[in-house]
Design a protein around this ligand. Structure first.
Ligand code: FES
Length: 123
């Protein structure tokens, strides 16, 4: 790591079951953005916690973003299902829409926002 490089840590990898999920808050300047991290197989993914259907948060209880079978991200409001690997909605009222990704990496056991990631917009 270069001196002066700031890493934004979302959580520790061992805080995530596999499959599992965890909410986190991302600071972008003066703005706080609610996001969540999902671990599935060898992959770790993160998205803005905002459903493309209404903008509502997706979690149905703290840190819980997955469907009962743990295969999909599931919105708590109207049960839309999203693929974990790319955030695309495959069933529900926003089918075809996608979650807003937050590029992440795993470094030294920590899930961090990938360097060079521009500010995330949920426009
Ligand atoms: S708010 Fe997510 S499916 Fe309606």
């Amino acid at each position: 790591m270069n001196a002066g490089t700031r890493r934004t840590v979302l959580c520790r990898l061992d805080e995530l079951q596999n499959p599992g999920s965890r909410g986190a808050t991302l600071r972008q300047g003066d703005r706080l953005l609610e996001v969540f991290v999902v671990r599935q197989g060898q992959g770790v993914y993160a998205y803005v916690n905002s459903c493309p259907h209404t903008g509502s948060p997706l979690d149905w209880t703290e840190h819980e973003f997955l469907s009962l079978d743990r295969r999909y991200i599931q919105c708590a409001m109207h049960a839309a299902l999203f693929r974990v690997a790319d955030g695309k909605c495959v069933a529900g009222p926003c089918a075809g829409a996608s979650l807003t990704p937050v590029p992440v990496e795993v470094e030294a056991g920590m899930v961090i926002v990938a360097p060079e990631t521009p500010p995330v917009s949920i426009a």
